[in-house]
Ligand binder design. Structure first.
Ligand code: OGA
Ligand code: MN
Length: 295
């Protein structure tokens, strides 16, 4: 089967493409996976429509792209979980498949996904790719938006670029959730999610392109006063998420969308919280902490 790769973003033709001509449930050859990685280098976000997959098939496909993360960033751990630790639960459901009450702690924590972010930047080694499978979606709302931090970098003025180049930000889920007023963390969660350092500017290991690396998890810049750092991070995020850099994905059931967390931010949009939304995410880890990667 030959892949068909078609840019689908009306705003730019080097960001977001649709990929057809493969059946993940049937298995994907290493050669096909390599073609997909080439397309990821170019487009950063790929939409693979009509992939009727279960968790095992999604996981097996994801392993083509590197070592896998476990869901240690989810608030529901072990006994509390609906899905295995190999799958991030991006739903509003409890372990019996019932919609969570409005004030449920897991739901309120999950609202943090509506802030612009990149997955697992709060882990020492962050994530390379996320793959999100739409199993059940509400009729209205619940889009996911993606922002191209490569284009955002290119559009920054040279003076700001120079200022950013060697900065190190600190990322934590305590910051991102804290900015929404969510502070009901257990001691164990606080200890697990202590801030970790990440470069503010990254270079893609295969394309050599530079990009900004910001997220709502970033709450400090090393060597800077905190309010000044937060204000600068807000400014950079505002810059990076201007409409010209953003693609909004409207989900259809069985879409699989994969994105390169090293170069894009994303966020969920609102939907009726009484309706089911069931999305399963697999997450591929990056190779090393960003400070150990080439500038
Ligand atoms: C994620 C995420 C956004 C959404 O899966 O990492 O942030 O729209 N999802 O559910
Ligand atoms: Mn996310």
């Amino acid at each position: 089967m030959a892949l068909t790769i078609r840019p689908i973003n009306p705003r730019r033709d080097d960001f977001v493409a649709e990929v057809t001509g493969l059946d993940i449930a049937a298995g994907v050859s290493p050669q096909l996976a390599a073609e997909i990685e080439d397309a990821m280098d170019r487009y950063a976000v790929l939409v693979l429509p009509d992939q009727r997959i279960d968790d095992d098939q999604q996981y097996a496909f994801s392993t083509n792209f590197g070592p896998m993360e476990t869901a240690t960033g989810d608030i529901a751990q072990q006994a509390d979980r609906r899905l295995s630790m190999d799958i991030n639960d991006i739903s509003n459901l409890d372990r019996n498949g019932k919609v969570l009450p409005r004030d449920d702690r897991r739901r309120l924590f999950g609202l943090g996904n509506m802030l612009w972010h990149t997955d697992s930047s709060f882990k020492p080694t962050p994530s390379k790719y996320s793959l999100l499978s739409a199993r059940v979606i509400p009729e209205e709302g619940g889009n996911t938006e993606f922002a191209d931090m490569r284009a955002a970098w290119d559009a920054l003025d040279p003076k700001t670029q120079a200022e950013c180049l060697d900065l190190v930000a600190e990322h934590s889920q305590l910051y991102s959730r804290g900015s929404l007023g969510f502070d009901q963390f257990t001691d164990e969660e606080r200890a697990k999610w202590q801030p970790v350092p990440q470069r503010l500017v990254r270079r893609h290991p295969r394309t050599g392109r530079l990009n900004l690396y910001v997220a709502s998890h970033a709450g400090a810049i090393r060597g800077w006063p905190v309010p000044e750092a937060r204000m600068f991070l807000k400014d950079l995020t505002e810059h990076a998420t201007q409409r010209e850099f953003v693609y909004a994905h409207r989900w259809r059931p069985h879409d699989l969308v994969m994105w390169d967390n090293r170069v894009v931010m994303h966020r969920a949009r609102r939907y009726d919280h009484t309706k089911q939304r069931d999305m399963h995410r697999t997450t591929v880890a990056d190779s090393a902490p960003t400070l150990e990667q080439a500038r």
